[in-house]
Design a protein around this ligand. Sequence first.
Ligand code: SF4
Ligand code: SF4
Ligand code: F3S
Length: 266
Amino acid sequence: ETKPRTPVVWLHGLECTCCTESFIRSYTPVAKDLVLSMISLDYDDTIMAAAGAQAEEALEETITKYKGNYILAVEGNVPLADDGVNCIPGGEIFLDKIKHVAKDAKAVIGWGSCASWGCVQAAKPNPTHAVPITEIIKDKPIVLVPGCPPIPEVMTAVVTYILTYDRLPPLDRMGRPKMFYGQRIHDKCYRRGHFDAGQFVEQFDDLGAKLGYCLYKVGCKGPTTYNACSTVRWNEGLSWPVQSGHGCIGCSEPNFFDKGSFYEHE
Ligand code: SF4
Ligand code: SF4
Ligand code: F3S
């Protein structure tokens, strides 16, 4: 309570803003407590009150005043094609902006599958040549929090961990926090017993679907997806994709858009 709040700068590259939509729905801690009492969110061009030149001035002021001590959070990826002209927030090429802000950051958080792996914008044929932030920022500690979007409580927990311990949480070899991405969806899925017993949904409207059988044969990617949905769940722990009757599409895995996660019309 006596410590000064850590300044956080949140940049938006090429993205859909649903990572922010997810973040603001965190239940524990409540996102407003995190934003208003735990960190000092000095710049976030999506949810800050200031806009235009006033907002950009706040950004410059923060990164100058807190040089080496602010956290950079990035939502979205970086398009490189045509000198980065496909993403120009605040009139500045995002490629230049992220390099400029990352230069004096203490650590970097990559929100969502866009920042972590490229996600939808980087799906084939990737017309804007969108790349994850790790291809641009090479000299800073980076924690990746993939998912499209990530689970709200996972996002706020990562920030809380950094604030509490003044370091990044333990990461796996792909840069994700082990505590949330250390297990596959399949490992803790409540339908796992049906998988082991060979009881599968064959079609979405069959008896197996009504009985809550395993969704593997209708495309569930839980066995190859590392995320916390089957334990933390969504909407204040109320439900998650598999519980709603649809298989996991592997939204936190690299290149899930190109891995046959979606339906194809014949
Ligand atoms: Fe949107 Fe998904 Fe990208 Fe997040 S990771 S900004 S939810 S497209
Ligand atoms: Fe695994 Fe998916 Fe079946 Fe759950 S529904 S047991 S995650 S294959
Ligand atoms: Fe995404 Fe699969 Fe969770 S689709 S939201 S990782 S259950």
